[in-house]
Design a protein. Structure first.
Length: 58
């Protein structure tokens, strides 16, 4: 599974930029709620991928 997702350059860039944007947005009080909601979506995406491909949680 990891080699499969490693081939998708666009997916890796998208997830990385989204995590970076959440990190920047969570710093400011006005954008904290939207950042945490986006973060929930990113974390849920990663959790579902790990669960469906039966990867160990580490």
């Amino acid at each position: 599974m990891m080699s499969f997702f490693g081939r998708s350059y666009a997916y890796n860039i998208f997830i990385g930029l989204t995590e970076l944007a959440v990190g920047v947005l969570v710093v400011f009080k006005r954008t904290r709620l939207i950042a945490l909601l986006i973060s929930l979506g990113v974390c849920l995406n990663i959790f579902i991928i790990n669960f469906e491909f039966d990867l160990p949680m580490s």
